[in-house]
Write a new protein. Sequence first.
Lengths: 346, 351
Amino acid sequence: MLDKTNNKMPPERLLQLDDVEVAFKTRDGLVKAVDGVNYHVDRGEVLGIVGESGSGKSVTVRAIMRLLARNAEEGNGEIRFNPDGDTEYRLDGLKRDSRLMRKLRGGRIGMVFQEPMTALSPVHSIGTQIMRTVMLHRRVGKEAARARAIDLLARVQLPQPERLIDSYPHQLSGGMRQRAMIALALACDPALLIADEPTTALDVTTEAQILELLKSLQQELGMAIVFITHNFGVVADIADRVAVMYLGRVVETGLVDDIFYNPQHPYTRALLGSIPRLGQKKQRRLSVIKGSVPDPYNIPSGCVFHTRCDYADPSVCSVRTPPRVPFERGQEALCHFAGNLPEAGA
Amino acid sequence: MSDASSKTVSMPDDVLISVRGLKKHFTVKGGKKGRELKVLRAVDDVSFDIRKGETFGLVGESGSGKSTVARLILRAYSLTDGQILFREHDGKVIDISSMSDKELRPVRREMQMIFQDPYSSLNPRMTLLDLIGEPMVVHGYSKDEIAKRVGELLSCVGLRPEYASRYPHAFSGGQRQRIGIARALALSPAFIAADEAVSALDVSVAAQNINLLQDLQEQFNLTYLFITHDLGMVEHISDRIAVMYLGQIVELGETDRLFSRPRHPYTEALLGAVPQPDPRKRSSERRGVLKGEVPDASEPPSGCAFHPRCAYATERCSAEKPALREVDGRAVRCHYAETLTLDGVGEGAEA
């Protein structure tokens, strides 16, 4: 596996995951939700994480934030985080309520979730929620925190921030709530913003607004973003690099252009082929990936994708774990035949 | 309350369903203390024809009234005004808008619906046999007939007939959606309304189910009303599309024409908002993002309902309501439909 020597991360590196494993103990046995995930995020870059449901993309970021469910069991993987360029923190092994984690979470790592209605408190005003975060991490008084909250609401382009600060989540529309949620996540100038499907519940027009907002905030504040989504269109729009996840593994990673125009893993290719693209000449049928995602109690042997793969060779793929095959510009694919597959038609 | 003249109804031979002047108004509480009553025009004067064997797409943001239209056609809601003409299998045209539940019963077997959420739309305490067979029980089939038909239907949608004795929890989201499709097919309908039928599914599974719907359409000569907010999907599956905004149709026409060369600014804005799976077409090269949000339907803007968000709006737009009229082979509700040059997507469109 990986060399777990304690060599430092390169200076541009903000976050690095090595062989992260998370399993859940359930009545029916152990479910390996994340099984050896490796990815990294450099300062100021946007990493898009795509995958179908059950691929472990959300569980992985919950491991970063130390917000895993209580029945979770972690392996020996490493999660390293260096928010300011001078101190490298090991997040793995930290308790959810440890002093350090409480300082980092909300302070150096901001979070935006899919459903702002359930992520925001319904009984506190938007302003109170932002002010509490600011006061907790910044040790400032109420006045200063309120001024900061108004400034943040203006930053996320909410109209009349002085008035909106005292409103409650139910008084806002879905798009405005998501903006408020982003303001809350940015309260303490995080080095890393984790956005878990932040636009999935929104209409396309609102989605476009939120994506534009995130992009401009990212440029302005220089933070890095981990953006989780199942929508390839959204990834293409916002990400610098992409990690494609399947059944608890990163099966391919690379620069956004390489992933879209030169995918090396059969799963990435198949996924890209199965989305109907706007403005494309109508083909009669969509290409599909056969079968469905296997259930996590019965993860296939060898390469986890072999049961659905068009190129699988049973004598190899169902037996041996595939290697990480490197390509140019940091692209990697977890496949026995990566680089030797027929030319992509996409 | 339809017209008295609805006794003699007719429509062109190739039309299966004709919706005319459809309205649905809800009364909602408004004002400071919630004591004032306001009228929310969820569907406000909507007319269109669905041709036999075609897939008619209905798109729009949430709150545009697209689901309400489907529910009205299936008479799940009573309508405020308008006509819904339906051609029965013997060719007779009937107006179902004012029929009683009893009169509707024979018509209902010809019109079915597929729902969005495959988890909440199947009763977890019923087996597939009961779930799929239920419509047949209602329509008086014998037990043996039902068991045989359920087996056939399961294989039609790509599930094994032996699964009939299982419960929905044993199936994945995509498979549950297939169970819903089998149930909709149980009474051999002519028409199926699919409301966000694949929106809750993963990409690869959604593609499988879309292909299934298209196969079934060919096999059973079905007519679909396909409602979705996914413009890529609706473009793929629909022959014609109606774009709705605040309870009204703003543009209606053939899919290729509508998408390659939209005539209504809202259609253009919707198309422009879709993130493309193509990093070289990032939104920096995209047209301006549509500003603001869908207004409250109980207090619609004056004039053209879209004017506060429209990039091309003039004074006339805030004063005068545009009518839906024929321009360039489609129906458009915009004062400037002839003169605007709007961007579409795909082959016929300018880059």
